[in-house]
Design a protein around this ligand. Structure first.
Ligand code: HEM
Length: 366
């Protein structure tokens, strides 16, 4: 299934083919911010970035626009945040099975409510895709899964509920991660005005102030690359990974029995003073993000690491570059950069506790 996902969505060719769609969606967000800048409105940047990422991910995966209302009145960000928060909350019932029935924390009940919301949405996606795939020569990802299901040729059980489970994983994995990462990087840039200025300088030199950033500019923006890596190091949006030992082994002197689940604390590794001499510092990391040396693990590492590293990085760099290039940012109510709060909302994906509120002013020459 991972191979299918990679082949259908994540080859270089596929990622490039979605470039015009990314440009269009990012331009829409910039246009709306430009209007708000004209009126000096305080904008909820977290919400803007979240809805941009939901649009990008859903358009890419399902080739169709779905709005917040298609999921639930609360919208994608709020619902997904609740899912990732509940999924990471330790359930007493897992440790003391007799408590599972009582559902003391109400986790099972809340997750069941959310699963109903998602179930209806996923049914709609599958129906829409089935309908549009009938008219197309080339199948999209959902169409291919429907074909596998109908052919009965899968070597494992594969029905509609399996398709829904896969789509659910993809939506959770794709939507919240990139948006949350961008949110944290902009937060750090606001907390470090000299880094923001330096990045704007690089953008002026490479792109100029007569036009917006294009995806083809990204490879020439080396300081942007470092800023993004450092933001991902300080704010590991997926703070913990879980793996199950396939055989008895010893890790760093600790014996691990086959079948044990090991939790890897990416957050702690990325702030480990033995690896990072100044762990709290922002900017200066040139270490590879693919976790080859197990020092920087925003996408985890190994066989179950994120298959969408390249796509994630492109989206993050593009959106951060556009926001920093097109606007100067001010904090509302005379707030100072050092007063910006860094409280996080712990979950499978860890986002800012409070939304980032800022005042943009447009800086590109018309
Ligand atoms: C900044 C953006 C992203 C970050 C930081 C990120 C991070 C991660 C991490 C850490 C994992 C592994 C979790 C674990 O260890 O169990 C993962 C898995 C996954 N990610 Fe991403 N991700 C990002 C973007 C995306 C996007 C855009 C997609 C889809 C288009 C995606 C699809 C997936 C999938 C399907 C998996 C599960 C892989 C498997 O179980 O084999 N991710 N991601």
């Amino acid at each position: 299934m991972r191979k299918l996902f990679t082949l259908h969505l994540l080859t270089n060719q596929k990622i490039n083919s979605f470039q015009p769609m990314r440009r269009q969606q990012v331009e829409l967000m910039i246009e709306s911010l430009k209007n708000e800048a004209r009126d000096r409105i305080v904008v909820d940047l977290s919400a803007k970035v979240a809805s941009l990422n939901a649009d990008l991910a859903l358009l890419m995966m399902f080739r169709k626009r779905y709005t917040d209302k298609d999921l639930d009145n609360r919208g994608f960000k709020a619902v997904l945040q609740e899912v990732v928060h509940l999924a990471a909350t330790p359930n007493l019932g897992d440790f003391f099975p007799f408590l599972g029935v009582i559902d003391l924390q109400g986790l099972t009940r809340r997750l069941k409510d959310l699963s109903k919301v998602f179930d209806e949405f996923l049914e709609k996606i599958i129906d829409d895709c089935a309908e549009s795939n009938d008219q197309k020569q080339s199948k999209d990802f959902v169409g291919t899964m429907l074909d596998i299901m109908q052919s009965g040729e899968a070597e494992f059980q594969f029905d509609r509920s399996n398709i829904k489970a896969i789509l659910f994983t993809m939506i959770v994995a794709a939507i919240d991660t990139s948006g949350t990462t961008i949110d944290w990087i902009i937060t750090e840039l606001l907390r470090h005005p000299h880094v923001m200025k330096k990045l704007q300088k690089e953008l002026e030199q490479v792109v100029g102030l007569e036009r917006m950033v294009k995806e083809s500019d990204l490879e020439n923006l080396k300081y942007l690359e470092m800023v993004v890596k450092e933001g991902m190091r300080l704010h590991s949006v997926v703070p913990l990974s879980q793996r199950e030992a396939m055989e008895d082994c010893v890790v760093d002197g600790f014996p691990i029995r086959k079948g044990s689940r090991v939790i890897i604390n990416n957050y702690a590794i990325q702030r480990d003073p033995n690896v990072w001499p100044e762990p709290e510092r922002f900017v200066g990391s040139s270490i590879d993000v693919r976790g080859r040396n197990f020092q920087l693990l925003p996408f985890s590492a190994g066989r179950r690491s994120c298959p969408a590293v390249q796509l994630g990085i492109v989206v993050i760099r593009l959106v951060v570059a556009q926001l920093v290039h097109c606007f100067d940012w001010e904090l509302p109510n005379d707030m100072q950069p050092c007063d910006l709060d860094l409280d996080d909302h712990f979950g499978v994906v860890t986002s800012r506790e409070k939304h980032l509120m800022v005042i943009p002013s447009y800086r590109i020459n018309e």
